[in-house]
Structures are given as C-alpha cells and as structure tokens.
Ligand binder design. Sequence first.
Ligand SMILES: [Zn+2]
Ligand SMILES: [Zn+2]
Length: 66
Amino acid sequence: MMCAYCDRPLECEACLTPYVPPDQAHYDALSRTEVPIACEACGAILVCHWCKTPYDGSAGDESSFD
Ligand SMILES: [Zn+2]
Ligand SMILES: [Zn+2]
C-alpha cells in the first residue's frame, strides 16, 4: 500500500508495520482523507513513517480551521 501523500510504502510510524488494508472499504478510505485510519497492528491512528502525515481524518476538512 502506498502513502496517499508521498507515494512511498505506507508504514505505521508507531510500530513500523507496513499498512495493509483489511478490506476494500479500508482501501478506498486511504484516498478519502476525511476518513480516519487506524493501524491494524497496534491500533494507533496511522501516521506515515516517511512524510509524518496523520491519517486522522482532519486533512479533508482544512476549511473548518479558518
Ligand atoms: Zn507518506
Ligand atoms: Zn502500528
């Protein structure tokens, strides 16, 4: 699975486990930044090991911070 932000292999920052979507819904969620994604191995909110981008669901709603 590639990171949606930096196109490198997506690994959990907390436990360095490569993220593998358990099903199609999770796979689709990776391209929808408003959907939070948790690491399947350690349960933490997934943070890309390479670009440090959190998949916490906040990226798709930046306009609300203004
Ligand atoms: Zn990344
Ligand atoms: Zn993890």
